[in-house]
Design a binder for this molecule. Structure first.
Ligand SMILES: [Ca+2]
Ligand SMILES: [Ca+2]
Length: 508
């Protein structure tokens, strides 16, 4: 689910700092029983669901597991042999349990609760689309040398991106992959910096590189185009500018094309592997994988989801890709003992449950090595909706806040960027904060082409500005009720991690 509205997003917990090496042991292996002899494929008598089956990576195991998938009434949709993840479909209600009993299978489970191709609940955010008249009025405020709508881009100035662009807008050799609802690469502010050869549609769980398959299904799937513009909208004399207008953006579409716009795990697995295999240096992940906001390790399906997506994102890190993800918009303390999740599963009927965010993970943001991003408004304070948590949030970025009002032509505290069909509009969310961080990481990668993902993350943190925890009780929406408590000190804390990233320092 794209991270637009309230609820959403969580972040990392577990050991405070998980090294990539240590994280390889993130998931304890589970002994699996040998398959029962003589079982036969059963007739389909349940809902047709998608599954991930996670195995050892030797050829012999993978071949035998593929045979067991078929024998148990499944079909293989995609296989990622190097990470031992197989995507399958099955209508056998026992498929997950049967696959978990197969020798060599580490975990297996359904990635959804609603049947394939069935529509779930709709959640569409509300982009504040600017009319042509408003665009003209706002552009009248443009100063010489600025993009027409730049006066409303307070977020650029907040992290020194306007000045950074004059020094170094970033390298054409660096690409940020936008794993999202698709990107409208025909938008005149996106087209100059779009990398079609590094773009795909991963919705099915298998990459489709047909020309244009990466585009949004319709205008309601605008989220990815807004994100792409925040990163790399061109300085071309029209519209807006991105934080790193010299780098390239690619689109890896993972959203269901229907009104649900859900981001299922197998789509995200495909996206990380595709990004890694196509030389994408940085991915932006402004979403959590559906249908579970938190995936609990004591549930076999949710455990398999964590395992599959983690294998894929670790594979990307090993191939040199830094993964940046939004912390979520539920104003949750991700280091709390308990969080109430009343939105999962979001593809059928949600039920309320209390989860421990140290054992139940928002994926991918809480996975090891992923940069977890909280949001700030124009005043530099945590956005009222932004989730937070000591030891979870790594850095912060401008995500906008309607309660923090800027002195700009529109007086709009949200983030202005591109929308499909040559439009522009405002959105707020940790979805908007993450691309600012991804773009600063792209500037750092431009300056340090040999830096590893871990080194880039360390640079992001070292250059960040930390406002420290607020001295007054935090009341983000100003209604007199305290909304959150910031834990930690000036150097690192739960609201901002190591601080708000800085584009200017990245290019100096
Ligand atoms: Ca522009
Ligand atoms: Ca309040």
């Amino acid at each position: 689910m794209a991270h637009l509205r309230s609820r959403r997003r969580l972040a990392l917990a577990v050991p405070v700092v998980l090294s990539l090496t240590a994280s390889l042991g993130f998931l304890p292996s589970v002994a699996s029983a040998a398959p029962a002899a003589g079982t036969v494929a059963r007739a389909a008598d349940g809902p047709n669901l998608a599954y991930v089956v996670n195995t050892r990576t030797d050829h012999r195991t993978i071949e035998s597991v593929r045979r067991e998938i078929v024998r148990n009434g499944g079909t293989v949709v995609a296989g990622y042999d190097r990470i031992g993840v197989i995507v399958a479909h099955s209508a056998n209600p026992d498929f997950g349990a049967r696959m978990r009993a197969v020798r060599g299978v580490d975990s297996a489970g359904a990635t959804r609760t609603a049947p394939l191709s069935a529509a779930g609940t709709t959640e569409e955010g509300a982009a504040q689309v600017l009319s042509r008249a408003e665009l003209t009025r706002l552009a009248a405020s443009a100063a010489a040398g600025e993009e027409p709508l730049e006066a409303d881009q307070w977020d650029l100035r907040a992290i020194g991106a306007d000045r950074a662009a004059r020094i170094n807008p970033g390298s054409r050799n660096v690409t940020v992959g936008v794993i999202d609802t698709g990107v409208d690469d025909t938008h005149p502010d996106i087209a100059p910096n779009f990398s079609a050869s590094q773009s795909a549609n991963c919705v099915s769980g298998k990459a489709d590189t047909t020309y244009g398959a990466w585009r949004p299904a319709d205008a309601d799937h605008y989220h990815g185009t807004h994100v792409a513009g925040e990163i790399a909208a061109a300085r071309n004399g029209i519209g807006v500018a991105g934080v790193a207008p010299g780098v390239k953006v690619a689109s890896i579409t993972v959203a269901q094309p229907d009104s649900t716009s859900l981001f299922y795990p197998e789509s995200v697995v495909c996206a990380f592997v595709f990004a890694a295999d196509h030389g994408i240096e940085i991915t932006n992940n402004s979403y959590y994988v559906d249908p579970w906001l938190y995936n609990c390790m004591d549930d076999p399906d949710q455990r398999a989801i964590v395992d599959a997506v983690n294998r894929a994102q670790l594979y990307a890190q090993r191939k040199g890709t830094l993964n940046v993800a939004s912390a979520g918009n539920s104003n949750d303390d991700l280091d709390a003992d308990a969080i109430v999740d009343d939105s999962s599963p979001d593809d059928s009927t949600a039920h309320t449950r209390t989860v421990d965010p140290h054992e139940c993970f928002d994926v991918p943001t809480q996975l090891p090595g992923v940069v977890t991003v909280s949001a700030v408004g124009v005043k530099g304070a945590k956005s009222y909706y932004s989730s937070y948590g000591r030891g979870v949030v790594d850095v912060a970025g401008p995500g906008g806040d309607k309660y923090q009002i800027p002195d700009t032509p529109s007086k709009n505290g949200r983030i202005l960027s591109t929308l499909p069909n040559n439009q522009y509009g405002f959105l707020q969310g940790t979805s908007m904060a993450s691309p600012h961080v991804a773009a600063v990481a792209a500037l750092l990668k431009s300056a340090h082409p040999h830096a590893t993902p871990a080194e880039l993350q360390a640079l992001l943190k070292a250059q960040a500005d930390n406002p420290g925890c607020p001295t007054e009780p935090y009341d983000g929406d100003g209604d007199g009720v305290v909304d959150a408590t910031c834990a930690g000190g000036k150097r690192v804390n739960g609201f901002y991690g190591f601080g708000v990233v800085n584009a200017l320092r990245a290019v100096k």
